[in-house]
Design a protein around this ligand. Structure first.
Ligand SMILES: [Zn+2]
Length: 128
């Protein structure tokens, strides 16, 4: 997934979908999906549909925050549950800078990035 650089959007301007695809380097369908997901369109503008820079910036900010999941110690991010979950006993594996595991709740794949300062406690959780 590519990160969208909202710095290329000015708060004081309105954009058409076409302009946004060029500025943000995203697909038109992506913008239409954002509108479905609650991105506000300036009322009364149908052709072309206009989106104000302010609401777009706000939308992208909220979108980023929703993605971030706080993990507790020994928790992994489960791709199926979309939340922090605990690993099934003995399922954790380490791959370079990340650990993978199987979700205790849904048997889905989970992963967690190991930050350098957390390296010392990895031994605790990988022992089977
Ligand atoms: Zn799960």
């Amino acid at each position: 997934m590519t990160r969208i650089n909202s710095n290329r959007i000015s708060k004081h301007m309105s954009y058409s979908i076409k302009e946004l695809t060029l500025n943000l380097n995203v697909n038109e369908k992506t913008i239409l999906r954002w509108i479905d997901c609650g991105l506000k369109v300036i009322p009364g503008c149908k052709k072309p549909m206009l989106i104000s820079g302010v609401s777009l910036k706000e939308f992208l900010k909220n979108k980023d925050q929703k993605k971030k999941v706080k993990l507790k110690r020994n928790q992994f991010f489960c791709f199926k549950c979309k939340v922090g979950c605990y690993a099934k006993r003995g399922s954790t594996k380490e791959i370079i800078e990340r650990k993978i595991a199987v979700c205790r709740a849904c048997n889905g794949k989970m992963s967690r990035i190991i930050k350098p300062h957390q390296k010392d406690y990895k031994i605790l959780s990988t022992s089977v």
